[in-house]
Ligand binder design. Sequence first.
Ligand code: NDP
Length: 311
Amino acid sequence: MSAPLVKLNNGLEIPAIGLGTWQSKSNEVTAAVEFALKEAGYRHIDCAWGYGNEKEVGDGIRASGVPRSDIFITSKLWGTYHSRVEECLDQTLANLGTDYLDLYLVHWPVPLNPKGNHPIFPLLPDGKRDVDHSWDLKDTWKQMEAMVQKGKVKSIGVSNFSQKKLDEILPTAEIIPVVNQLELHVYNPQHKLVEYLRSKDIVPEAYSPLGSAGSPLLSDETVLDIAKKHSLQAADVLVGYLLAKGMVVLPKSITPSRIASNLSGAVNASTKLESGDIEKLDGLAAAGKQKRFITPPWPVDLGFDHWPSLL
Ligand code: NDP
């Protein structure tokens, strides 16, 4: 079983299901990536410098024996490297053991102080994240564009960008981001932002499609009813729903049976779900279940609806 392909605005294609690797421990992720590629039919792996496990992901890619050219690899620029894009990218390429990425994303629209008190999460004396307010996001994007020109990445995109943040870079962008990777699932569908992305030909990529670790989505009554009706698992419905909406979906698992079913079960579900099922799932958040699971306390206005006031 393989995932369908989604066309990007630069003409390239991306497999619609990718294996997530966040919080996959270094001693578990190699086997998960190898299994996903070799046994389960995945051809897309979602990584990030900030996950701290790229070396082990690279080991899994090589162990799978699947040729590099058949695999779509995404990684992400961490916040402390907004002013040093190539430096972060070169580390990622060395970690993964490849000389190019298929897709490189700006992980968060939040430049962090590169000279702060911590290489990943620098903090101010008051405990707030040390954001580099003097840095212009447009300059991050210029450096991202230069990586395409140098041939180190085939496509570039963004992650966790609200419309407000996209509108900071789009007017001067020479390359339109091909994707925006966002928290997208039945409890956080972000319909307005997704519509905006569609109007700009930017593909929405769904992270935490199952609601991340310890998720209540898997036991949601509506999800379970729909699963039962079609003889599916809850996870099949959750991933299949996003797939049926034309998104790229990034379920994470280190469990072989789940890795396999998150692709095959979801592709199956995407063909079985009826318009009435999709409508019900589309309406869950508005019916009082709106919830985000990934909310780092950035002390900047990200411009998202439903962002908790942690700041
Ligand atoms: P997911 O929504 O993919 O959920 C992962 C959790 O669900 C794990 O605990 C996993 O357990 C469990 N699980 C996986 N499959 C099943 C299944 N079929 N049935 C029951 N439980 C299951 O969460 P993530 O937050 O990891 O998001 C997915 C990926 O998206 C990340 O790994 C990362 O690549 C990306 N991401 C990007 C972010 C960004 O800022 N750009 C932020 C967050 C995520 P187990 O592994 O033990 O099987």
